[in-house]
Design a protein around this ligand. Structure first.
Ligand code: NAD
Ligand code: MG
Length: 396
């Protein structure tokens, strides 16, 4: 790291799992990183705690109600913004060097684009941004000459395995998946899966939405699409491999038959630190995997009958256009409904498939078309779920 001034960061989604892990990394390197701004959603207690510790100049919360609540808690002078325009303002602030994009879901898209368009490097955790608008995001990255550094552990691994190699030597990306909590569960019992069962991830500790996505394997499906855009590789050259220990974070196969893998313990701090410090490595002092304790690493083919979300994502990726945005939006609505006990676990892929089937695709060169497709899918899946009667569906 150079002896320059600290890198000034804006952290979007600061109160979430990735946000908190990012602050845990930053806390160890006060001379290297400075928290310029923090954005959370509704957890203003935690945000206040982070404000006291990291002294940002600006913060943003979901709405005015939470902004007023936060203002009452905070003693020091602080600019408090709220809502969509607030997040975009935080992301495009001229005083920022890098934006950590760690809002969950489609809400992360616009602030991430705002960051890129205003010339900021982005450490990207919010995979939904690339799934929805990968073409536009990658175009804007090039146009604005900024870096998009993956925080998703698999993509960080792939990025590291590609370093120092030629793109045209690459044969295949091998994307590892833990397999989630239901890898060994009998398929006949999937009907009875409850949110609490699905929220019990075997290796990673994450936010609720991504934990459910990991249980359906939609997380891996979203990651296939994320890798497709990030590394400009067709979905047919991205193979998902179930690896329950989550030690091999992903691999890259080259045309000469060599495979390069990146390994580490399942802790997001490693990938976050690499995105923050690239091309350097921070002395994080994370433990390395103890191979004598682990003894064996296992690899399996994903079971697409049990986890149809993965096939749906591959299909949406191959079809392109606005299909991935619809897949993502339908998934967000279905996952929220599952978490509220409105639908069963296997209804998640059912509603997503139905949304994809009824979607009229548009090109994705225009952000408005993507937002429209996202809204269409949200509205129709909500309506299907609320009426819960397929015969009464009106397909618009
Ligand atoms: P989380 O639910 O723990 O945190 C989400 C954050 O976003 C919170 O700060 C929340 O307040 C904020 N937020 C939620 N809705 C918002 C809205 N409408 N507007 C503004 N802010 C909002 O989620 P997470 O697990 O930290 O995941 C964040 C992103 O990182 C997701 O896209 C996820 O797929 C990705 N990711 C997470 C992990 C992980 O280990 N948690 C790993 C890889 C990728
Ligand atoms: Mg991941």
């Amino acid at each position: 790291m150079s002896s320059q001034r600290p890198k000034r960061l804006a952290i979007l989604g600061a109160t979430g799992s990735i946000g908190q892990n990012t602050l845990a990394v930053i806390e160890k390197f006060p001379d290297i990183y400075q928290v310029e701004s923090l954005a959370g959603g509704t957890n203003i207690q935690l945000l206040n705690h982070q404000i006291q510790k990291f002294h940002p100049k600006r913060v943003c919360v979901l709405d005015e109600h939470h902004a007023i609540g936060l203002k009452k808690m905070v003693q020091q002078p602080l600019e408090i913004l709220f809502g969509a325009s607030g997040y975009e303002q935080i992301a495009s602030d001229t005083n920022i060097d890098m934006v950590v994009s760690a809002i969950v879901g489609a809400a992360g898209l616009m602030p991430t684009i705002a960051a890129i368009r205003s010339g900021k490097d982005v450490a990207l955790a919010n995979k939904e941004t690339l799934v929805m608008a990968g073409e536009i995001v990658m175009r804007e990255i090039k146009k604005n000459n900024v870096r998009l550094l993956p925080v998703d552990s698999e993509h960080s691994a792939i990025f590291q395995c590609l370093e120092g190699h030629q793109k045209n030597d690459l044969r295949q990306i091998l994307l590892t998946a833990s397999g989630g909590p239901f890898r060994n569960r009998d398929f006949s019992t999937f009907k009875t899966i409850q949110p609490k069962d699905a929220l019990n991830h075997p290796t990673w500790n994450m936010g609720q939405k991504i934990t459910i996505d990991s249980a359906t394997l939609m997380n891996k499906g979203l990651e296939v699409i994320e890798a497709h855009f990030l590394f400009n590789v067709p979905a047919s050259d991205i193979q998902v491999i179930v690896h329950p220990q989550s030690i091999v974070h992903s691999m890259v196969a080259y045309h000469d038959g060599s495979i390069i893998a990146q390994l580490g313990i399942p802790d997001m701090k490693g990938a976050i630190a690499y995105a923050l410090s690239y091309p350097n490595r921070l002395p994080l002092n994370q433990p390395t995997p103890n191979f004598f304790d682990i003894q064996s690493l296992n690899f399996y083919e994903p079971d697409l009958k049990k986890f149809p979300c993965l096939s749906l994502a591959y299909e949406a990726c191959s079809q392109g256009k606005t299909f991935p945005a619809v897949l993502n939006a339908a998934n967000e609505i279905a996952v929220a409904a599952f978490l509220h006990n409105q639908i069963g676990f296997m209804d998640i892929p059912r509603w997503i498939e139905k949304a994809l089937t009824h979607h009229t695709p548009e090109n994705t060169t225009d952000l408005d078309r993507i937002v429209e497709a996202d809204q269409w899918a949200r509205n129709i899946v909500k309506r299907w779920i609320n009426t819960n009667d397929e015969r009464n569906c009106i397909y618009i």
